[in-house]
Design a protein around this ligand. Structure first.
Ligand SMILES: [Zn+2]
Length: 76
């Protein structure tokens, strides 16, 4: 279980500037893109590559949260 204090400072690794995470059962879920992160030994594993994609989403590129470095270089 993650403490409320820790939960306050955690952010989605895809958009760390302002997107928070919430508890969703045993996992942490991004409030925006709904990526699900496991909690291992009491520590959130905020690793995008290990996170579970929301239902109906096939790749990280489809999520509303995007890494800012990608956003800058991606062609529009
Ligand atoms: Zn997110």
């Amino acid at each position: 279980m993650i403490s409320q204090d820790l939960l306050e400072i955690l952010r989605c690794p895809l958009d760390p500037s302002n997107v928070r995470l919430r508890m969703q059962g045993e996992n942490l879920e991004c409030e925006r893109c709904a990526l699900r992160f496991q909690i291992k030994d009491g520590f959130p594993a905020l690793i995008v590559e290990e996170a579970e994609l929301p239902a109906g989403c096939e790749s990280i590129a489809q999520l509303p949260c995007q890494r800012s470095d990608n956003a800058k270089s991606a062609p529009v």
